[in-house]
Write a protein that binds this ligand. Structure first.
Ligand code: IPE
Ligand code: IPE
Ligand code: MG
Length: 248
């Protein structure tokens, strides 16, 4: 399965995060409705989840719906919600079989009640799984996440349970939706745009960013391997110089 020539299994990214973009344009190029692009995009999700799980990647975060995507036409929003619910219902058995644990980040209280219920049920039923952590970003916005963290931290300060000098990187990290998850090593955006669109603003500080023109419905195993291969060819310096790396 694994293309040994392309990927070094010992240097896999631990956490891969993907901005799955380009569904609408992909469909429109084919004179089909945008929702058709989202439907085929779900097939890419299925493929990439299996692929990440087989490779042994620990965390896969998928940006499925942003806090700004509520502004889209209501029929597109409801179509996306129906696809999300259908995806969760149809994948549960496979997740259990492959030991995938589903988690989510974002303001999921805003999701329609039926979708939220299926999401919660899927998270509960996969909570004990020790394989890939599949993290769905739903109604997620990086700024929204930071505002929420600042409010929660401030409340603790006001209540005198926390002092100002205890506010550090680690404390902030534990107040984000992603608390407990490692930072993304590789951040992929499909669909040709080179922007973050409010995704993982804090967490992506040192992620390797990979932009590809491939539209999400066309993004399958080979394209995923290409992204990982490119990641493995990069030097992550974290502010240091080359000569310091490898020596700790
Ligand atoms: C990404 O594809 C899916 C979501 C944002 C929900 P788009 O729907 O943004 O597709 P384009 O960018 O319009 O082609
Ligand atoms: C980002 O894509 C959000 C998701 C992929 C869920 P958008 O299509 O919403 O981003 P913009 O509007 O082009 O920045
Ligand atoms: Mg888009």
């Amino acid at each position: 399965m694994l293309d040994q020539n392309l990927i070094d299994p010992d240097r896999l990214p631990i956490h891969v995060a993907i901005i799955m973009d380009g569904n609408g344009r992909w469909a429109q190029e084919k004179n089909r409705p945008r929702l058709y692009g989202h439907k085929v995009g779900v097939e890419s999700v299925q493929k990439i989840v299996s692929c990440a799980s087989e490779l042994g990647i620990k965390v896969l975060t998928l940006y499925a719906f942003s806090s700004e995507n509520w502004k889209r036409p209501s029929d597109e929003v409801s179509g996306l919600m129906a696809l999300l619910k259908g995806y969760l219902l149809s994948e549960l058995a496979k997740m259990v079989q492959n030991r995938v644990r589903l988690v989510s980040i974002g303001n999921t209280q805003k999701l329609p009640r039926d979708v939220r219920e299926v999401l919660e049920k899927t998270m509960q039923e996969t909570a004990g799984n020790d394989g890939l952590i599949l993290n769905l970003a739903l109604s997620y916005g990086g700024r929204d996440e930071i505002i929420r963290a600042v409010r929660n931290i401030s409340a603790e300060v006001v209540a005198e349970r926390l002092s100002l000098d205890e506010i550090d990187e680690n404390l902030i990290t534990t107040h984000l939706y992603t608390a407990g998850l490692p930072e993304p090593d590789l951040l992929i955006r499909t669909g040709g745009e080179a922007r973050l669109s409010n995704f993982l603003l804090w967490q992506a500080s040192y992620a390797e960013i990979y932009f590809t023109d491939t539209m999400w419905p066309d993004f399958r195993q080979e394209a995923f391997y290409d992204a990982i291969a490119e990641y493995q060819g990069r030097e992550r310096r974290f502010g240091r110089v080359s000569a310091q790396l490898g020596s700790g």
